[in-house]
Design a protein. Structure first.
Length: 298
């Protein structure tokens, strides 16, 4: 049976880029970035104009949508205008990878408008990035207290709980994030990975499948589901998922290795040996060498 190992390529998220194809979002991203520049300089009118233009280019571009809401909230006096400016300064500093400076600006935004839930959830993300999970959770708690439908707060709190090995709490928060934003693939993937760690393979496969439906060509999602299928003894489906990975990255050594293991489990040793030989070219040779010693492969 396939050993319960999972080699998952790290998924690195920028602060505000959720599930938007690069080819579709490039122009929108540039226009949005100009809006951030204007907002950080205190010109909320120009910022609003650019955020609206970005949404005309790509109506699904989340950063522009969220930051347009910040500007509108300032216009409608739901938050203080100075809080909006400090917030956008924080976003700009985050883009420049100045996390400490961004946290300071977000703190100023919160001090100016204590009910500014987006500022809390954004600061939570930065605190999470710095490994300050307890403080991130506190900010998420506050954001949820202000806005019980804050997707970002549930999502970042789930990440933070997961980093503290509070798995059940993390699963619960990913579930709440999914309720608020059911079309965000990473929530399903991360919850599925936690279910996998708990040995709840059917639940893990269900979540990986949901993630794949939302982002069909993601190799991590297919790879992880392939491992889970293999652990359940469903080798045909495991082969299908590993094949999906290999079609995108032909030299993916781990997918080749595990597809070879799945082939060997259903008696297709020739195909197994072929995959293991290719994996060995990627310097992943243990299964191939063991199979040669046992006379399975030549």
């Amino acid at each position: 049976m396939i050993t319960h190992h999972r080699i998952i390529i790290a998924v690195l998220l920028a602060l505000f880029f959720w599930a938007v194809p690069c080819f579709a979002s490039g122009s929108a991203k540039q226009i949005w970035a100009k809006g951030i520049e204007f907002g950080a300089r205190g010109d909320l009118a120009k910022a609003k104009e650019n955020f609206k233009k970005a949404l005309e280019v790509n109506p699904d571009y989340g950063p522009a949508e969220r930051h347009l809401k910040v500007v509108k909230d300032a216009e409608q006096q739901r938050i203080n205008s100075e809080a909006a400016i400090c917030y956008l300064k924080g976003v700009k500093l985050f883009i420049e990878e100045n996390l400490d400076g961004a946290i300071v600006q977000l703190g100023k935004a919160i001090d100016t408008s204590p009910e500014f839930d987006i500022a809390y959830s954004t600061r939570a993300l930065l605190l999470k990035r710095k490994g300050k999970y307890g403080k991130a959770i506190e900010d998420c708690n506050k954001a949820i207290e202000i806005n019980p439908k804050s997707f970002a707060a549930y999502y970042h709190r789930a990440d933070s709980y997961g980093s503290e090995d509070k798995i059940d709490k993390a699963i619960s928060d990913y579930s709440k994030a999914i309720e608020v934003k059911p079309d965000y693939h990473l929530s399903y993937y991360k919850r599925g990975s936690l279910y996998n760690d708990k040995g709840k393979l059917p639940e893990a496969i269900s979540d990986y499948t949901s993630a794949i439906q939302l982002k069909p060509n993601d190799i991590d999602y297919h790879y992880s589901r392939g491992i889970a299928y293999g652990d359940m003894g469903n080798f045909e489906n495991a082969i299908s998922d590993f094949t999906a990975v290999i079609e995108i990255i032909p030299n993916h050594g781990f997918a080749l290795t595990y597809r070879g293991l799945a082939y060997s489990e259903i008696g297709q040793n020739e195909k197994a040996c072929s995959d293991w030989a290719k994996a060995c070219e990627m310097l992943i040779c243990s299964d191939y060498e063991a199979a040669k010693k046992e006379g399975i492969c030549k």
